[in-house]
Ligand binder design. Structure first.
Ligand SMILES: NC(=O)c1ccc[n+]([C@@H]2O[C@H](COP(=O)([O-])OP(=O)(O)OC[C@H]3O[C@@H](n4cnc5c(N)ncnc54)[C@H](OP(=O)(O)O)[C@@H]3O)[C@@H](O)[C@H]2O)c1
Length: 436
């Protein structure tokens, strides 16, 4: 039986899962591919550390070049993460004619164009199913199963850490910083959580999905980005009271040739499917003109779910090599030179309804002052909730607008913030009512 000789970079959470799966499911993988998938070598910073696996003949080394420069390997699995040194290592592996499988979304979102061109030039394949939504097979679904559709909308919950934090804030009625500390203690959030909570990780994944769905260049920098740090527990409780739920939503919508491209916290109806995605789970929704809306849901991270997706790419590669190794699938669904740049919709064109929360002085006439500014900007209100009189310095004033534009909201809130009766920076959260 032919052998697919595998080298791996990194032996952390995902690396351990991939090694476990490859070492313990050899027979199943051989039946499914007609090849023996052999983990020949792993390179990592601390090769001496025991990962609790029986490694057999698999060599573990501290020298990354024993993997990327090797001539006894067919494929390199990159599971180090980040850009340096992963970018150079992946490049080197491809230069020496080895295929690459990676789970590294930052690398694909920021340097995918350069790396796919290199893969093309060297006649190797670069696969990345595990880079978006872990075990959820959304890259294959978009690129292959939806290939006959014109897609106009993709959205989803792409960061399990944020979804876990928002879920816990709601269930336990705790503030953001307390839930974050708890998530860090449990290993659900990194020591430096900014990639997750500031929306960068979700934006990397949205950039990758959008390139496939809309044939756009991988352009992470054009995504408008807002994280969840400023979401207060009172916003979560108000959302609940109004039959909404707050989610960090990654959304790309193509309308009249303009792309709305955003990662931001939004309120979604409590009965919607997207609201039901809880805790560390991920979900992606894709709307196609023939398929309608399809939903992909599951574990977006973790040792075993992510390893499942990495090994799926190795299985695809083995099957492809067995049938002649032509790399029949362009990684982003079309050849890279067919990708285009779509114009981004600006704030004046982005319509919606909004939740507004102010902290205001508890005295008569404040609502009239605020309403006058909103009216001057052409914003009308659908609902107003004002807390009764109390003995505290500031009371919440909650408003829900009718349909307006983001630009008008930004201008009005800028003015409202300067009122003497307004005691804190106003909070605005977009309401997305039309989602599945
Ligand atoms: N964790 C998840 O659930 C998940 C889900 C989807 C995608 N991903 C992606 O998968 C990749 C790996 O994530 P992970 O969670 O497995 O990370 P991790 O647990 O931090 O593991 C990283 C591994 O790379 C090694 N490493 C890091 N820098 C190195 C260097 N300069 N030289 C040699 N070895 C180095 C580490 O070595 P030592 O252990 O020897 O120190 C460790 O074994 C990332 O791109 C991540 O975004 C992760």
């Amino acid at each position: 039986m032919e052998t697919l000789r595998i080298g791996m970079l990194g032996f952390g959470t995902v690396g351990r899962g991939v090694a476990d799966l490859l070492l313990n499911k050899q027979e199943l993988l051989a039946q499914r591919t007609g090849m023996k998938l052999r983990l020949v070598r792993i390179a990592t910073r601390t090769p001496e550390r025991d990962r609790g696996l029986r490694l057999g003949n698999t060599e573990v080394t501290g020298d990354l070049h024993r993997v990327v420069d090797a001539d006894d390997l067919d494929v390199v699995v990159e599971l180090i993460g980040g850009i340096i040194p992963a970018r150079d290592l992946v490049g080197r592996a491809m230069e020496t004619r080895k295929h690459v499988v990676t789970a590294n979304k930052a690398l694909i979102a920021e340097f995918g164009a350069e790396l796919f061109a290199m893969a093309n030039a060297h006649g190797v394949q670069l696969s990345f199913e595990a880079a978006v939504a872990g075990a959820v097979p959304v890259i294959k679904a978009l690129r292959e199963s939806m290939a006959g559709n014109r897609i106009d909308l993709i959205y989803g919950i792409l960061n399990g850490t944020c979804n876990y934090i928002l879920t816990e804030m709601r269930l336990k009625k705790l503030p953001f910083h307390q839930v974050l500390a708890d998530a860090q203690a449990k290993g659900f959030a990194e020591a430096d959580p900014s990639f997750d909570v500031d929306g960068i990780d979700a934006a990397h994944k949205l950039a990758i999905l959008s390139a496939i769905a809309f044939r756009t260049h991988l352009d992470f920098s054009r995504i408008s980005l807002e994280g969840i740090r400023h979401i207060a527990d009172v916003d979560i409780q108000w959302a609940e009271q109004m039959d909404y739920r707050i989610k960090l939503l990654a959304l790309a919508r193509l309308q009249e040739g303009l792309l709305e491209f955003a990662v931001r916290p939004v309120m979604v109806p409590r009965q919607s499917m997207v609201a039901a995605v809880e805790g560390v789970h991920n979900a992606v929704f894709v709307r196609g003109d023939f398929a309608g809306t399809t939903m992909y849901h599951g574990r977006g991270a973790g040792e075993r779910p992510t390893a499942s997706a990495v090994v799926a790419d190795l299985v695809d590669l083995a099957r492809d090599l067995r049938s002649g190794g032509k790399g029949r699938l362009p990684p982003l669904g079309v050849p890279v030179h067919h990708l285009r740049t779509l114009p981004i919709q600006n704030a004046a064109q982005r319509h919606g309804t909004f939740y507004l929360r102010l902290a205001v002085a508890d005295r008569p006439g404040v609502l009239a002052e605020v309403s006058a500014i909103l009216a001057r900007h052409g914003i009308s209100l659908d609902a107003v909730h004002q807390e009764g009189r109390s003995h505290v310095e500031a009371v919440p004033l909650i408003m829900v607008t009718h349909e307006t534009t983001e630009e008008r909201i930004a201008l009005a809130m800028g003015e409202i913030e300067t009122l003497e009766s307004v005691r804190e920076t106003p909070r605005t959260i977009r309401i997305e009512s039309g989602l599945a």
